[in-house]
Design a protein around this ligand. Structure first.
Ligand code: ADE
Length: 262
């Protein structure tokens, strides 16, 4: 796979290729990355890359000519162009898997108040990495590249991505390593039991519990298996019992306070 990054701040990608997984992918030929500095395409002595927005308003917008000229130098017939912008589609693991299939991915990094709309209309997709505003698309492009490259063959062992958070629509279960007892805090007994079936079930229940607590939206999107539905009802029952006990304890302590003579 080839990735071309179009940016006015190529220095914001410094160090990216030094991370071991990324470096391995590059050395194995799984990915080739090029950074295109858009600024020289602006021409003129001021290399005027941005301009104020028509209709008024604060901030500057990236001009069409330099960005589109730079784009034309890298775009080929099979290229897929994605622009990084806070108004894009929300990036997720599914999109990472989709983009990892592309032969040539071009990432357009916006800066300041963003792109002239005529640049965006030439992109195949607009991507946002989350509901917050970054100073530019460069950090977002690093996020997108990192999440894609680790999925490419030759980067990681396949089984190390298969059970990660989001890969099966659930958050990942908790993991532990040696020692089995750290300052009195013990690893759950089941993980030391050597019973693979019990471990599998425990992990699934933990994944469901975490997803229910932190990302119930993921559960709504997912078609649950029979086993997952049973575990989920167990979890909901357990939660109800906990909150009932908590309520009872609160009532008890309030009555105790009331009964205490002054
Ligand atoms: N540029 C600025 N904010 C961004 C975001 N959240 N995602 C992608 N690109 C951006």
């Amino acid at each position: 796979m080839k990735i071309s990054v179009l940016t006015i701040f190529p220095e914001m990608f410094r160090g990216f290729e030094e991370e071991p997984v990324i470096r391995r992918a590059i050395l194995k030929g799984a990915v080739q990355i090029e950074y295109i500095d858009v600024r020289p395409f602006a021409g003129g002595s001021f290399r005027h890359i941005d301009d104020s927005t028509f209709g008024g308003g604060a901030g500057m917008v990236l001009r069409c000519a330099p960005v589109l000229k730079a784009l034309e130098t890298v775009r080929e017939s099979g290229s897929f162009t994605a622009a990084l912008t806070p108004a894009g589609e929300k990036y997720d693991q599914l999109m990472a898997r989709e983009l990892a299939q592309k032969e040539h991915l071009i990432l357009l990094c916006g800066h300041y108040e963003g792109f002239d709309q005529r640049i965006l209309s030439r992109a195949d997709r607009e991507i946002s990495i989350g509901d917050y505003i970054l100073t530019g698309g460069e950090l977002a492009a690093r996020v997108v590249m990192d999440s894609i490259i680790r999925l490419l063959e030759g980067s990681l062992r396949a089984e190390s991505t298969a059970e990660e958070s989001f890969e099966n629509g659930l958050l990942e279960y908790p993991q532990y390593t040696r020692p089995a007892d750290y300052c009195g805090e013990k690893v759950p007994e089941v993980l030391l039991s050597g019973d693979h079936e019990k471990v599998r079930k425990w992990r699934l229940k933990q994944s469901l519990a975490l997803t229910l607590k932190r990302r119930p939206d993921l559960l709504e999107k997912r078609i649950l298996t029979e086993e997952e539905r049973e575990l989920l009802s167990e979890l909901i029952e357990e939660q109800q019992m906990i909150s009932q006990t908590e309520q009872e304890q609160q009532i008890l302590s309030e009555t105790e306070k009331e009964e205490k003579p002054l």
